[in-house]
Each structure stands twice: as C-alpha cells, then as structure tokens.
Design a protein around this ligand. Structure first.
Ligand SMILES: NC(=O)N[C@@H](O)C(=O)O
Ligand code: NI
Length: 166
C-alpha cells in the first residue's frame, strides 16, 4: 500500500538541506540602474563539475501531473546542480530526499509558488519536474558535458500524493 506524503509549505529554511529557493528575498536586494531596478543578488551558484562541463540554460515544457500521483522514483545529477523557475505563472511541486546510504530516503514534497523557483544542489535526490493544472514552461539552469549526469532510483513501493489545494 503506497504511503501518502504530505505537501509542505516551501521555505528557504526547510529547503536548505537540498538547495536554494529562488525568490525576491529582501536581504539579497540591492538597488541598481539609478534606483530603477531592484537586483536580488546571487540567489544561488550553478554547479557544473568535470572536464569540459558547462552551465546551460534550458526551457522545460512540463505536462501537468494527474492526481493522486505516485512518486515511484527519484533521481540525482552527480555532476551538477539543476534549477527550475516557472515561466507560466503557475505553482508546481517538488519532491526531494536526503541520501541514505546511496539511496533516497522518504521524499519531502513542497508546493512552490508561482513566483518562486528552486535550485537542487549537485547530487541531491529529487523527482523529475512536476507541473500542475496545465502545461507549464520552466527556465532550467543545469549542467551539460561529458559523463553520465543522471542517477535514478526506483522505490520498491511507491509513495503517493494527492492534488494540492491551491
Ligand atoms: N532529465 C531532465 O533533464 N530532467 C530532470 O533532470 C528533472 O529533474 O526534471
Ligand atoms: Ni533532474
């Protein structure tokens, strides 16, 4: 029987072990362009490890997940970070896990607001993109280069999440 996972509110604190929340955090703001622009500075630093690696910027167009949704697997990218910033003005879901002896522990699921993004630090277990409600575009900053940058783990018994209340 799949274990149901709660969907938690996202905060920088709660997400700290896994990466960064990309948002207009007041403490990061500095005025530029003669005071006409607020720069929320250095929210995270992309990681791209290995000879010949580079940071790249992509757009992912995600199909909405149907609920109840089974989280049957997690993945991680050993050579680089990966960030998702919504371009369609809709919230989305992320699931992350601590590493437990080389496999993901029980996932933690967060609802990410339409004006927030997340950056998964290098080698952090996460579930692939989970768009909700409608086809949604995301600006994705991650790593390109030689080597296999994808490790997947399939759970013996999937977890399940219900439709988030938005
Ligand atoms: N495979 C791919 O580029 N996407 C995943 O890494 C993901 O986290 O969505
Ligand atoms: Ni990924």
């Amino acid at each position: 029987m799949p274990t149901e996972l709660p969907i938690r509110p996202l905060s920088g604190q709660a997400f700290m072990p896994f990466g960064e929340v990309i948002e207009t955090e007041p403490s990061t703001m500095r005025l530029i362009n003669g005071g006409t622009t607020e720069r929320f500075h250095a929210l995270f630093s992309p990681e791209a490890a290995g000879e010949g690696a580079r940071v790249i910027v992509n757009i992912f167009r995600g199909q909405p997940r149907q609920f109840p949704y089974e989280i049957g697997m997690m993945e991680r990218h050993p050579f680089g970070s990966q960030s998702f910033s919504p371009l369609s003005g809709r919230p989305f879901l992320v699931a992350v896990s601590a590493d437990e002896g080389g496999r993901p522990g029980e996932p933690q699921v967060f609802l990410v607001g339409a004006h927030q993004g997340v950056n998964y630090r290098r080698n952090v277990w996460h579930h692939p993109l989970m768009a909700i409600d409608a086809v949604s575009d995301f600006l994705v900053v991650d790593r390109d280069g030689p080597g296999n940058n994808l490790e997947e783990f399939f759970f013996e018994t999937p977890y399940v999440i219900r439709e988030p209340q938005i």
